[in-house]
Design a protein around this ligand. Sequence first.
Ligand SMILES: Cc1cc2nc3c(=O)[nH]c(=O)nc-3n(C[C@H](O)[C@H](O)[C@H](O)COP(=O)(O)O)c2cc1C
Length: 130
Amino acid sequence: MTLSINIPSATQAKETDYCGVISGAKTDKIKNCRFTIFYGKLKTAPLIEECPVNLECKVIHTLTLNSHTLFVCQIEETYISESGLTDNKPDVQKMNPIVFTTEPRQYYSIGNVTAQAYSIGMEIEQKKNK
Ligand SMILES: Cc1cc2nc3c(=O)[nH]c(=O)nc-3n(C[C@H](O)[C@H](O)[C@H](O)COP(=O)(O)O)c2cc1C
């Protein structure tokens, strides 16, 4: 079994929310959102062209829980839109991924860089005995 994870940008809040509140069991969500589908190397998992990041996955384990089924997946390929790249590398500010919070139920964008990772924490280490 295969599936895809498609990360929308903050500018796609309307389509993202629609896909969250409406079931695809009876409605063609792809058509209503005017999304374009493409297939990658696995050939079986539909991917959404309009989303800046697409992860093509193989399902490795399926865990049946009380209310939900949990899929443990292996990412086989990653696709990033040209518009989400700087010097051919992923640029998270350009991808502008949407962020969802449960309380309040809102969508955000990620904002600015706040610090350098694997680095700012060392300031505590350097000052700990001073
Ligand atoms: C903002 C938002 C977040 C959601 N998060 C989850 C989630 O984490 N897990 C889940 O099973 N359903 C979640 N849902 C509900 C599903 O998106 C919903 O059941 C949807 O109808 C499923 O579509 P489908 O029937 O086409 O698979 C969320 C819905 C919204 C609007």
